[in-house]
Design a protein around this ligand. Structure first.
Ligand code: ZN
Length: 502
């Protein structure tokens, strides 16, 4: 269920424009095959990594360092540049090899100030945060009546005359769920709602935050205006403020807002992916990619999103480099630039390797916070699932359930996944994540050190096995679908042959 939904969960890509029914279809579990027998030695080392992962303090130190010494690190800002140099220093100190930066062009959006108030019928100030990509208002603000719709679909069902000249309020509340599906249901309000409102003649949009915090804290996030749509100011309200706006609307009287935003877009600038490796013994055996994103939204130190991911994947690779033996395949840690405001780093990484993406044997990413992994999904050919099943056997005692083979990975893997790179997908418990996601409250105290260690243990063990197993995880199910058809054709042929024999 959370596949496409998680695509929306963490980015604002076009898939979020899909009708919810389509995005949320198919929650079939993949039957777990009998585990393939793996080399005893490999398993012993993997078990030792699980133990080491559960006691190491390296991940916590990295997490604490990034949020303390750098803090907010939005694409193109001084914080972003500080994050890149922080990462280079840490990777060097941890003994990684082939450390490099890869230049990435990033958009540059500045939040500016915001003031949103209800002027009629009962004047009140509101807490609000601009959505990433929102333009500013004219100097004297925007004053207009509010029209409410539950969500994008309901808005699209309205008549243009009901919307024109008004401020659209999208009121749908997000439900916190372990698998992030509650977020996926509502996130089109943020990613696509303002563009749809603009097309229908609205002058601005306010949305109920796509988040589960019940504090007066708004959740920001990206919104997207296609080239042929005029951008209009767009802001998120905290849940309590959205409730209050709803109560005023419920009186049946005209509700008017006065909105002032000074958000603006500057010319693009450069940032960088930070890449480092633990070299493998066999240069032809491919690369195991460990990915997370280095950037955060501008208003937050992003402890869960995604400093935790940076800490988890970096530490997993580091623990493997500490072993008394080399992995067969190279481990490559990629700390992506600008995930939050358009996946720039992910696109650049894939473009720069477009003629050699098959060197990626498999990818593991972390970008759903630092709470415990509860589920193990995959994206690989079905025949390889027996090996995934053997990997699962090791991590199951850490409280992990077998998931399905329709996994997703992280938003930064979208360009790789599209090209058939297989994915191991440990899924973090998202129940608490959306209380703090994209808010000022995503701070270090919200991360549980033991949960972080559980993550490190799982990622290290999986990465170690992935770097050594005899398996071919490709092609992904996308290609396997064609193979299935071929199989069916072959079976039909065989049947015909059998009939002929009779
Ligand atoms: Zn993230």
């Amino acid at each position: 269920m959370l596949k496409l939904s998680r695509a929306c969960a963490l980015t604002f890509s076009l898939v979020c424009l899909l009708p919810a029914g389509l995005a949320l279809a198919d929650d079939e579990e993949t039957e777990r095959p009998d585990p393939k027998e793996l080399d005893d030695d490999l398993l012993t080392v993997a078990q030792s990594l699980i133990e080491r992962g559960q006691e190491t303090g390296i991940a916590w130190d990295l997490l604490e360092g990034l949020v303390t010494e750098v803090g907010p690190r939005f694409a193109g800002t001084a914080g972003d540049r500080a994050a890149v140099s922080w990462a280079l220093t840490e990777l060097r100190e941890l003994g990684f090899e082939s450390i490099e930066t890869e230049e990435v062009e990033v958009p540059r959006w500045v939040r500016g100030d915001i003031k949103v108030e209800i002027t009629e019928p009962y004047p009140q100030d509101m807490v609000a945060l601009a959505l990433g990509g929102s333009p500013g208002t004219p100097d004297d603000g925007i004053q207009a009546p509010v029209v409410a719709a539950e969500n994008v679909e309901a808005l699209q069902d309205m008549d243009r005359s009901e919307v024109e000249g008004r401020i659209v309020f999208l009121s749908e509340r997000m439900e916190a769920t372990r698998d992030a599906s509650g977020y996926a249901e509502v996130v089109p309000n943020r990613s696509a709602g303002p563009a749809v409102a603009s097309e229908m003649g609205a002058v601005a949009t306010v949305i109920r935050s796509v988040g589960s915090s019940d504090e007066r804290v708004a959740h920001t996030g990206g919104t997207r205006f296609p080239d042929d749509v005029d951008p209009i100011p767009a802001a998120a309200l905290p849940n309590p403020d959205a409730d209050m706006l709803e109560r005023q609307l419920d009186t049946g009287r005209t509700v008017k807002l006065d909105m002032h935003l000074t958000a603006r877009e500057l010319s693009p600038t450069t940032s960088a992916n930070v890449i480092a490796e633990v070299p493998g013994r066999d240069p032809d055996a491919g690369v195991v990619l460990l990915g997370a994103h280095l950037d955060s939204w501008d208003i937050t130190p992003g402890a869960h999103d995604d400093a935790a991911g940076v800490a988890i994947v970096t530490t997993a690779a580091r623990l493997i480099s500490e072993l008394d033996r080399q992995p067969r395949r190279t481990l490559r840690v990629v700390l992506y630039a600008n995930e939050e405001f358009g996946l720039s780093g992910a696109q650049t990484y894939a473009e720069n390797r477009s003629d050699n993406l098959e060197e990626h044997f498999i990818a593991l990413g972390a970008d759903l916070g630092g709470d415990r992994v509860w589920r193990f999904d995959t994206v690989m050919n079905e025949d390889a699932l027996a090996t995934a099943s053997a990997m699962f056997e090791l991590i199951e005692p850490l409280g992990v359930e077998w998931g399905d083979n329709d996994g997703y990975g992280i938003p930064d893997f979208i360009p790789l996944r599209e090209q058939g790179v297989p994915i191991l997908d440990p899924v973090q418990d998202a129940t608490r994540y959306f209380d703090i996601h994209h808010t000022i409250n995503d701070t270090l105290d919200k991360v549980d050190p033991e949960s972080l260690q559980q993550n490190v243990a799982i990622y290290a063990a999986l990465a170690w096995l992935a770097a050594n197993v005899e398996e071919d995880f490709r092609p992904t199910p996308v290609v396997a679908d064609d193979a299935d058809e071929e199989d069916e054709a072959e079976e039909e042929e065989e049947e015909e042959e059998e009939n002929d024999e009779e």
